[in-house]
Design a protein around this ligand. Structure first.
Ligand code: NAP
Length: 484
C-alpha cells in the first residue's frame, strides 16, 4: 500500500473531513484490496466549496493571464518531479499497466504546460462598425465558478484537461473526481497547493455523486459544468442545467468504428487496432468498439491481430511487463461478460479469448476477438468498455460509411488506407468529432478533442479548449465628436 492520503475534501485552502463523518473505500481493482478510506463528501461540503470558489473569483480573475500562468508552470514542474509516484498511485487505484500510467501522467502534465502558455492568449475582437461614430469591441471574460466532474478511466489527465484551462482563463473551480479513483485527483490538488495557488481558487469534493451533482446544478453561482463521463449522466446534467441556465461542456461516451481498406498497411493497422482496443483494458472513450475490414484482406488482418493479441500479458499493472490490467469493478466485468454471452448466443464466433481470466483476484477478462457479429447484438450499439472487439467484413466504401455512422455516438472513428483520395473522402463522410487516419492516438494538449451527437458538446485541448471557460462581452461605444 502506497497511499498516505486521508481526505478528498479541500475547501478554501484546507483539507477537511466530511460534516457527517461518513466515509468510503477506495480499492485496488487488481487485488481487490482496500487502499484508502476517505471522508464521503456531500451536498453541504459542495456548497461550502462553491462559496469558497465564489469568494476567490474576483481576485483570481483580475490577475493577468501571464500572472495566472506562473501557477500552472509551477504545477507542471511539480508534476514532472512527482511523476513516478503519481503513476504508481494511478495504477494502484485504477489498474492500468504502469507503462500506461506513466504515459497518462505525461499527458496530464502536458495540459498544465499548454494552458500555462495559452493563459495570455485569450483574445477579444474589434469589429469594424458600419457607422463612423461607433466603436465596437468584443471583450473576453472568465465565465465564473466552474464545476469539473471527472471519470475513473483517466483519473489524472481528465482532471488537468479541465482544471488547467479553467484556471488559465481566470475561473475558479470545484472539482468532483470519480468515487472509484479519487487519489490521483487528490495528489493533483496537492500539487496546486504546493504550487502556491491562492486559497479557494481550486476546491475539491470527493463523495456522493448524486448529492454533489445536485448541489452543483442547483447553485446559481456555478456558471459552467465541464463533465467527462457517460452519456447517461451527461443527459441528467443537461436536464439539471435548465434550472439555472448553466453552460455545459460534455465529453461523453463513444462507439468508435475502425475501418481497414484493402490497400492499408495491414501490419500497422493490426498494431494500432491492438493499441486502440486493448490499452487501459478497453476502457477508453475513443477506443475501438468495432472493426470493419474490406473482405479481400479480412482473414489476413484478423490473423495478424490474433497473433499480436496472443502475445499480450495479463496481470497486475504494477508488474513492468504487463500489457492488460483488470477492469475497474464488478459491474464493468459483468457488462463485458454480458456482451460476449449475448453475441455468442445470437450466433457470433469466437476467434480468441471469451472468458474471465482467473490468474489473480481482480476483475480480469481475456483479450477477445469476435466474428460474425450482427447489428442486433448488444456489442454493436452499447459502448463495451472492455477488451473485446468484433471484426466484420465489408465490400465497398458506401457500405462501410453507412455502417460506421449508424450509431447515436459521434466521438472518434479510425481509418486505415494508403490511398490519399480515399482517406480524405471517407474522413469527410464520417459523422465523428475526431478522425484518426492511420493513427489511433489523436489526443494531445494542442488539439481540440470532443464528440458530436450523443458523444457530447464542446472541446477540450487546443486553443478552443480555453474558450469553453470564456464569455464574450460585447461593448458598443458612441463617439460624441465623430461623424455618423
Ligand atoms: P459516469 O458514471 O458518467 O461518471 C462520471 C463522473 O460523473 C463521476 O465522477 C461520477 O461520480 C459522476 N456522476 C455520477 N452520477 C452523477 C450525477 N447524478 N450527478 C453528477 N455527477 C455524477 O462515467 P464513468 O463510468 O466514470 O466513466 C466512463 C464514461 O466516461 C464512458 O462512457 C466513457 O466513454 C466516458 N469518457 C469520455 C471521455 C471523452 O473525452 N469523451 C473521456 C473519458 C471517459 P461517481 O464516480 O462517484 O459515480
Amino acid at each position: 500500500m502506497i497511499v498516505d492520503t486521508v481526505t478528498g475534501i479541500f475547501v478554501n485552502g484546507k483539507w477537511k473531513t466530511s460534516n457527517h463523518g461518513k466515509t468510503f473505500e477506495v480499492n485496488n481493482p487488481a487485488t481487490l484490496e482496500k487502499i484508502a478510506e476517505l471522508p464521503y463528501g456531500g451536498g453541504e461540503e459542495t456548497r461550502e466549496a462553491i462559496d469558497a470558489a465564489k469568494a476567490a473569483f474576483p481576485a483570481w480573475s483580475e490577475l493577468t493571464g501571464r500572472e495566472r500562468s506562473t501557477y500552472l508552470y509551477n504545477a507542471y514542474h511539480l508534476m514532472q518531479e512527482r511523476k513516478e509516484k503519481l503513476a504508481r498511485l494511478l495504477t494502484e487505484e485504477q489498474g492500468k499497466p504502469l507503462k500506461e500510467a506513466r504515459g497518462e501522467i505525461e499527458f496530464a502534465a502536458s495540459f498544465l504546460l499548454w494552458y500555462a502558455e495559452e493563459a495570455s492568449r485569450i483574445y477579444g475582437e474589434m469589429v469594424p462598425a458600419t457607422k463612423r461614430n461607433k466603436r465596437l469591441w468584443v471583450v473576453p471574460k472568465p465565465i465564473g465558478v466552474v464545476a469539473a466532474i471527472t471519470p475513473w478511466n483517466f483519473p489524472a489527465a481528465m482532471v488537468t484537461r479541465k482544471v488547467a484551462p479553467a484556471l488559465a482563463a481566470g475561473c475558479t473551480v470545484v472539482l468532483k473526481p470519480a468515487e472509484l479513483t479519487p487519489l490521483s485527483a487528490i495528489e493533483i490538488v496537492k500539487i496546486f497547493e504546493d504550487a502556491g495557488l491562492p486559497k479557494g481558487v481550486l476546491n475539491m469534493v470527493a463523495g456522493n455523486p448524486e448529492e454533489i451533482g445536485e448541489a452543483l446544478m442547483e447553485s446559481k453561482d456555478v456558471r459552467l459544468v465541464t463533465f467527462t463521463g457517460s452519456t447517461e449522466v451527461g443527459k441528467l446534467l443537461i436536464e439539471g442545467s435548465a434550472k439555472t441556465v448553466k453552460k455545459l461542456s460534455l465529453e461523453l461516451g463513444g462507439h468508435a468504428p475502425f475501418l481497414v481498406f484493402e490497400d492499408a498497411d495491414l501490419n500497422l493497422a493490426a498494431e494500432q487496432a491492438l493499441a486502440s482496443k486493448y490499452r487501459n483494458c478497453g476502457q477508453t472513450c475513443i477506443c475501438t468498439n468495432r472493426i470493419y475490414v474490406q473482405s479481400a484482406v479480412k482473414e489476413e488482418f484478423t490473423r495478424i491481430l490474433e497473433e499480436k493479441v496472443s502475445k499480450l500479458k495479463i496481470g497486475n499493472g504494477q508488474e513492468e511487463d504487463v500489457d492488460i490490467g483488470p477492469l475497474i469493478n464488478e459491474s464493468g466485468l459483468k457488462k463485458v461478460k454480458d456482451q460476449v454471452e449475448d453475441a455468442l448466443s445470437k450466433g457470433a464466433d469466437l476467434y480468441t479469448g471469451g472468458s474471465q481470466w482467473s490468474g489473480e483476484n481482480g476483475y480480469y477478462y481475456e483479450p477477445t476477438i469476435l466474428a460474425n457479429v450482427t447489428e442486433e447484438m448488444k456489442i454493436m450499439s452499447q459502448e463495451t468498455f472492455g477488451p473485446v472487439v468484433p471484426v466484420m467484413a465489408f465490400e465497398n466504401e458506401e457500405e462501410v460509411i453507412s455502417k460506421a455512422n449508424d450509431t447515436d455516438y459521434g466521438l472518434a472513428a479510425f481509418l486505415f488506407t494508403n490511398d490519399l483520395n480515399r482517406a480524405i473522402t471517407i474522413m469527410e463522410k464520417l459523422d465523428y468529432g475526431i478522425i484518426g487516419i492511420n493513427d489511433v492516438f489523436p489526443g494531445t494538449a494542442e488539439a481540440p478533442f470532443g464528440g458530436i451527437k450523443e458523444s457530447g458538446m464542446g472541446k477540450e485541448g487546443g486553443h478552443e479548449g480555453i474558450q469553453e471557460f470564456v464569455e464574450m462581452k460585447y461593448v458598443s461605444i458612441g463617439l460624441q465628436n465623430g461623424k455618423q
